[in-house]
Design a binder for this molecule. Structure first.
Ligand SMILES: [Zn+2]
Length: 433
């Protein structure tokens, strides 16, 4: 048939969107960048034979460090978005702890322009909550919003003064911006790993879980009082997850946790390898399973990767000297599918909800396969197993804690607004043009 040249039909995919109640082997027509039709027997000018592949709404990551501006040697918008696309992510929020910090409208508008030119996926700018992320003087949130900021955040450091945090929440609320909070009390966070048996055995100074829990409690009390739209990122302890549960319904509150806090534990630090330094630190199994239960029960709303590229000279060091942080985009789905879904802890529909539907709703109303929704899609081969290797990564950095691990489930193609932005399916099946 002669049709719209921009039209694409994905045939025989196992389509799964828990938010729309879709779970069927069927065909999807994409037209003018949107989902136009979902039913059997569709044909189109361009087709992807997705026989054996799952089709999910594209994944959404509200926490990524693309190191731009300032450390484009570690990641750029081009490489960060390629990394996101190869992990099935179609929407990403960039964190503001760059060099310079994203604390002025001119930095925000510059980033927005660069995203338009350089990003393969939809990317949003998070601006800083306070000038220089120094925790004192608030940023001009109204002007940041006008310049294109999507939200404000204190990620990387947190906000040490409750008074400053309260004023920041009030200002963010009146400016119409959501707040993403990194909860960490620096008077307690004096170590480099989780304080516990593993830290003691390894002889590495630990930070007590209270460094996160006390800051989370403060943030939640202030969120309830101010009515600000607050998102707590990288929840990593059992107690912080329980606190989030307590404040659901008392505050305008959402929360995420990371793939690494859901799949790795602090016994890895026994290697003393700087690779395993991350903030918040890897926790014992009790915290991992508590956070996992909170995600399953929707107390923690969704997953965000905290994709944090670092140059090898900052990571190939002893634990105490290494920079904290892991790559996240390219292994997120595979690690969670392998460990949690195949491990019997989390049903696949809940994982898709936690990676696509829930964060999509939070950011931009994406994360759905309803007819009329933007065609942001992830095609995934759940049967493929692969070994994570530096050469397989699109990021400019290679600090993945999963290097050398064999994972099951791999993103085959990613589509943003109807365009293929990552394509391993073409090589396997061929796009019929
Ligand atoms: Zn953080």
């Amino acid at each position: 048939m002669i049709g719209d040249p921009a039209e694409l039909v994905i045939r025989h995919a196992r389509v799964l969107d828990p938010s729309a109640g879709i779970h069927a082997v069927t065909d999807v027509r994409v037209s003018s960048g949107r989902i136009a039709q979902i039913e059997d027997g569709l044909r189109g000018a361009r087709e992807i034979d997705a026989d054996g592949l799952h089709l999910f709404p594209g994944f959404v990551d509200v926490h990524a460090h693309w190191r731009t501006p300032g450390r484009e040697d570690e990641e750029s918008i081009e490489s960060g978005s390629a990394s996101a696309a190869s992990g099935g992510f179609t929407t990403v929020v960039m964190m503001p702890n760059t060099d310079p910090v994203v604390d002025k409208p001119v930095v925000v508008s510059g980033l927005v322009r660069r995203i338009e030119r350089e990003s393969r996926v939809r990317a949003y700018v998070s601006a800083a909550l306070h000038m220089g992320l120094e925790g004192e003087r608030l940023t001009e949130m109204r002007l940041l919003r006008e310049a294109g900021a999507f939200c404000v955040s204190d990620d990387g450091l947190g906000t040490q003064s409750a008074g400053v945090l309260r004023n920041a929440m009030l200002y963010a609320r009146s400016s119409g911006l959501p707040v993403i909070l990194h909860c960490e009390d620096h008077t307690l966070a004096t170590g480099v790993v989780h304080e516990g048996a593993c830290a003691a055995l390894a002889g590495v100074p630990g930070t007590p879980a209270s460094a996160e829990d006390a800051a989370t409690a403060t943030a939640l009390v202030l969120a309830a009082e101010t009515g600000a739209r607050v998102h707590i990122t990288h929840v990593s302890t059992d107690l912080s997850a329980a606190l989030v549960g307590f404040f659901k319904g008392r505050a305008d509150l959402t929360a995420d946790t990371t793939p690494h806090h859901l799949t790795l534990t602090d016994d890895l630090i026994s290697t003393l390898d700087g690779m395993y330094r991350v903030n918040p630190p890897l926790r014992p199994e009790r915290d991992r399973s508590g956070v996992m239960g909170a995600l399953r029960d929707r107390i923690i709303d969704f997953v965000a990767t905290d994709h944090a590229p670092h140059a090898s000279e900052e990571k190939e060091l002893p634990l105490q000297e290494a920079a904290p942080g892991f790559l996240g985009h390219e292994t997120a789905f595979s690690a969670l599918y392998t460990e949690l879904v195949l491990g019997g802890e989390l049903p696949l529909p809940r994982l898709v909800e936690a990676m696509s539907c829930a964060p999509g709703r939070w950011v931009n109303g994406s994360g759905s396969l309803r007819v009329g929704a933007p065609a942001d899609l992830a095609l995934v081969d759940l049967s493929e197993s692969w070994t994570v290797a530096k050469e397989s990564l699109s990021s400019r950095s290679s600090n993945s804690p999963y290097l050398g691990r064999r994972l099951t489930g791999r993103v085959a193609a990613t589509i943003v607004g109807g365009e293929l932005v990552h394509d391993r399916v073409g090589a396997r099946f061929g796009v019929r043009a």
